[in-house]
Design a binder for this molecule. Structure first.
Ligand SMILES: [Zn+2]
Length: 142
């Protein structure tokens, strides 16, 4: 039983490694600049998706492989600071929500906004929460 489990574990690890290699190669082939946000910021959101340990070790492996491949191929790799407020920042005016203005997994109670909508209280800009966050990450590449 133990040997079988070890064999299965190795098989899973090999598949993961293979996927990581293919995925990172595709990224450096397709893009000259890559912006990555550290998943640890999103730990709370991801907790229900995968076990934290697994997620973290996979992510650090992904990070390591992507870093050396970007190096090899002369591609620019930008890491968003763990504290970079991509979900809270307005992609249009740069306003950053704080305190009870913040968008949470339940939306914003004070303003009655939904969890998937970003509404800027400064300039009135509206977008899907994830799309707004991605635009904020892309702003780092400019
Ligand atoms: Zn704004």
């Amino acid at each position: 039983m133990r040997t079988k489990l070890q064999r299965d574990y190795r098989k899973v690890a090999n598949i993961q490694n293979d996927l990581l290699q293919k995925f990172t190669t595709q990224l450096v082939n397709d893009y000259d600049q890559i912006v990555i946000e550290d998943l640890r910021v999103k730990q709370m959101m991801m907790a229900h998706v995968a076990s934290k340990g697994l997620q973290r070790s996979l992510f650090s492996k992904f990070r390591r492989i992507l870093t050396y491949k970007c190096d090899w191929y002369g591609k620019k790799l930008i890491w968003a600071e763990q504290t970079y407020p991509s979900p809270q920042r307005c992609a249009q005016c740069g306003y950053i929500k704080t305190g009870d203005e913040k968008i949470t997994l339940q939306g914003n109670r004070k303003h009655g906004t939904k969890h998937n909508e970003y509404i800027c209280y400064e300039c009135g800009y509206q977008n899907d929460r994830d799309k707004n966050a991605v635009l904020n990450l892309l702003a780092l590449a400019e």
